[in-house]
Design a protein around this ligand. Sequence first.
Ligand SMILES: Nc1ncnc2c1ncn2[C@@H]1O[C@H](COP(=O)(O)OP(=O)(O)O)[C@@H](O)[C@H]1O
Ligand SMILES: [Mg+2]
Length: 215
Amino acid sequence: MTGRFITFEGIDGAGKSTHLPACAQFLRARGVVVLLTREPGGTELAEAIRDWFLHRPADPQTEALLAFAARSDHLARSIRPALAAGEWAVCDRFTDSTVAYQGGGRGIGIERVEQLEQWLHPDLQPDRTYLFDLDPEQAARRRAMARAADRFESEDVGFFERVRQAYQARVAADVRQHGAGRGRIVVVDASRGPGEIWKILEEDLISCCSTWTPR
Ligand SMILES: Nc1ncnc2c1ncn2[C@@H]1O[C@H](COP(=O)(O)OP(=O)(O)O)[C@@H](O)[C@H]1O
Ligand SMILES: [Mg+2]
């Protein structure tokens, strides 16, 4: 029996990290062993890459490869063993982020990033992805209130528009593959208040927990 893999996606300031702990808590209350983790990061090596990735310069192609180098270690040492042991992995960002940020935002192309995805994890996709969709101007206002900007958060609204569009391309592909309402990605209107958003997540988690059977 293997566990389930849940990811949170969306532009910086959309509300991913705000809602992630509640998701883990919800599952733990139902007896699920949860690995709460993040990308880039989640292992000693991947966290070291994260530090470079977020704070020191790299060209777009190198950025994409750093993200996948971190992901390779994270998958091998943390996520895959956890899933194999029946634990559920709940991860703040995953490959959709690399498609969106490096493929879309930085402009190296969605297809190029998807080639790396096919190389590293052709067999594994998240079972559920909550995509926090928010207008980039609103996200920038939230970030400005909350924290100092990292290398990505310093980017302009145009960058985040491209990121958002690339996320939407992943949603469209997911719908083409699985049908409307049956894909892995749930688009969450992140302009709503935290209480409303949590209700959406909770309802979806309840239905996932009741319908998912062991793989
Ligand atoms: N639904 C919401 N409505 C208003 N503010 C929010 C909402 N969700 C999160 N925030 C605030 O926005 C900021 C960014 O949220 P955060 O969870 O860090 O976003 P992300 O992890 O997606 O970058 C935080 O200050 C957080 O408190
Ligand atoms: Mg966050």
